[in-house]
Design a binder for this molecule. Sequence first.
Ligand code: AGP
Length: 605
Amino acid sequence: MCGIVGYISKDEKASSILLDAVKKLEYRGYDSVGIATINNGKIELRKDSGKIDEVDREIHFVDMAGSAGVAHVRWATHGHPNKTNSHPHTDNNNTIAIVHNGIIENHEELKKELIEEGHIFKSKTDSEVIAHLIEKFISEGFNFQNAVLETFKLIKGSNAIGAISVNSPNELIAIRHESPLVVGLGKNGNFIASDVPAFLKHTKRVIFPEDNELVIMNSDNVTIKDLNGNILNKKVETIDWDEEMAQKEGYDHFMLKEINEQSVVVSDTLAGGKDIENIVSELGNIKRICFVACGTSYHGALTGKYIFESFLNIPTDVIYSSEFKYFNNVLDEDMLAIFVSQSGETADTLSAIKMAKNHSKTLAIVNVLGSSITREADHIIYTKAGPEIAVAATKTYLSQLVSIYLLAIYLSKNRSNVFHENMVSQIEKVPDYINQLMLDEDQIKEIAKKYKSASVFFFLGRGFIYPTALEGALKLKEITYIHAEGYPSGELKHGPLALIDEDVVVVVLAPSENSNSISINSYNDTVNNMEEVKSRGAQIIAITSYKNGENINVNDIFKVDNQVDELLSPLVYIVPLQLLSYYISIYKGLDPDKPRNLAKCVTVK
Ligand code: AGP
């Protein structure tokens, strides 16, 4: 996955604006970076492998002149991360520069034909064929925009492209198929980007091109055409995110800022409850639910299974998006298929929703307005988390969870089920619970310092809190590179207990039982499971709200001092786990915002 940006203005220097924009997309890839501008009738190109700031220190992007350009951050798929493979790519004569996000599935055959026709390739990427194809079509008499169009018709796969040409210096052309692309309408010029934060500083007015739509822009106008060249009338939308939301605002890292924003995110998501209630009223009869998601979103979905099955008696499956195609025969019109995705662009989830639509009712729970998955869904719940920049999802996870709880609550109300009673007012207390927890951040720091050199962690939870254990383990793996596994507390004795010794750290999530008639009282069983690992020498960190939790036999304890219902505990217990991973990453000297090998949004299968 990569990030692309383009900017064209009358007289503004494009390079500084592109550099700033591409930094906002660094979460999409940080192997390499590059910018190309049109300067005095020539393409000026600077690029290299490495993080943006490191590369910029060497090659000074802002020294590049020109008022139109394209920029790219790369997460390598074809070709190692090095200078030659970095984007932008150019044609034989350096008259065209392109940036590309996606995979050209038929690049090998296209490249072979182009080489036979005399084109000389510099890189090992699939993307470079785009520049050569545009060059070829221009040489055959096509104008720039039609050359891009013809090129696009030849390539297969999920792709978003931005292109500039010295033959058409006042035009920036872009096109997409299944890879994200958004147009920003600025005061002094116009933008294309993979995601809105790239240009949020300059404009909130956007157009979302659909698949197979060609974007032609100059500094004053944007025209969108279909593949037959017909001009389309596109809606201009206004994004309700602020620029500050995409800034660190004094925090050392986006991840810490985003963890700190969670109490507000829960309140904001609750405030959107009416929209969810309206969607529920349109859903009609539902006999089964199937959640489909990846990574952190999958853990949110798995929590949904506990909620929907335990309290609404709706049979609920949860399937990894990449596995969905092996199970899609179960789709029918009585099923609600729910696709959970922060980015709304994850390739596997996008393919899955395309398979499910027209067979089942589809609902997308997504954070990014206008993203590809939302365009496929019958119904959309937008989570109210604002832009999330750190690669590791935190606040979007919590807003997904709140959305799923609200969905269950309103479905239950519709079915006159008791589950909904008092639940909204209980969730309304969660922001205070989170704020309270954040006051104890120092305690988590101490625990993180103590265990930062451990090489194996297990995270255990039972019932509703089990998916939270999985998410705690994922966070730790992602940003600290420590091996971590999440398990149902009762499952360890069926094999993994063989791995337990004094070098292993076990984080046990033990929400207390409470008086609520629908609570499920897993605490005592969890304490028994904790004893099993303790007696094999493991070091235990307990996270518990149990009133006598101090008396349990553990190495460290983080007391959750509130009366959160066990049923709602996933909304609270994830916070100390996020902080634990964050601080271990810091004490190990790592960058939690940009974990190695990972990208925020995975647009390849
Ligand atoms: C979360 O910390 C990860 N970055 C990753 O697991 C992520 O949740 C997954 O790739 C799914 O992304 P999505 O929610 O944007 O679909």
